[in-house]
Design a protein around this ligand. Structure first.
Ligand SMILES: C[S@@+](CC[C@H](N)C(=O)[O-])C[C@H]1O[C@@H](n2cnc3c(N)ncnc32)[C@H](O)[C@@H]1O
Length: 187
């Protein structure tokens, strides 16, 4: 069985094609950004968001070390994602990933919040290509995490099954609030 990290990447690599535009909604230390950069290649683009300068700097460093030049780093909330997407990308975004929670080894009080996460999900859904996916890796063991998890689950469970398939993947015998995946695919 694939680990949470491996399965989140697998769900993205199954559908993202070279040349596409994709989104890392929470770039953090840049690990997913780097992965997406490799998937879309030189002719594609990754738009990567974070609200912390430290995260943008860490991601920039990782991308430079790996000679990636196809990423636009955005110091802003993913709630404002629409401001960074041109109209001609409607129906063309290959996929997006969210890693919820706080920046590892950093301030644990700066966390993703249900309201902005849900707003970003809904905006990106409008831009996804046919069979495009949004993958959320839900960490919720920290203070405030449980509220965000519950709000997001409630929201994605209410998405119209005629328009979207919604998957949940996780290990149910692990202790200490293990992360799980929510995958949303546009039909
Ligand atoms: C779990 S970390 C991401 C880890 C990252 N994927 C990696 O590979 O290192 C979550 C990140 O979300 C960021 N964040 C919190 N609220 C945000 C928002 N509204 N918009 C964009 N990023 C946000 C935090 O600053 C933090 O860096």
């Amino acid at each position: 069985m694939k680990s949470i990290l491996k399965y989140s990447h697998y769900l993205l690599e199954e559908i993202i094609k070279p040349g596409e535009t994709v989104i890392d909604a929470t770039c953090g230390n840049g690990n997913d950004t780097l992965f997406l950069s490799g998937l879309v290649g030189e002719t594609g683009e990754v738009i990567a968001f974070d609200i912390q300068e430290q995260a943008i700097d860490n991601t920039d460093q990782l991308l430079m070390e790996n000679h990636c030049s196809n990423v636009s780093l955005v110091l802003d909330s993913h709630a404002n994602v629409e401001n960074y997407l041109s109209k001609d990308l409607e129906g063309k975004i290959g996929g997006a990933i969210f890693n919820l929670g706080y920046l590892p080894k950093s301030d644990k009080s700066i966390i993703t919040q249900a309201e902005s996460t849900v707003k970003a999900i809904d905006t990106i859904l409008g831009y996804l290509k046919h069979e495009g996916r949004i993958i959320l890796v839900v960490y919720y063991g920290h203070e405030g995490g449980e509220d965000e998890k519950n709000a997001i689950l409630k929201h994605v469970m209410s998405l119209d099954q005629k328009q979207y398939s919604v998957l949940q993947y996780g290990f149910i015998n692990q202790k200490n609030n293990p992360p799980f995946i929510i995958g949303i695919q546009k039909k």
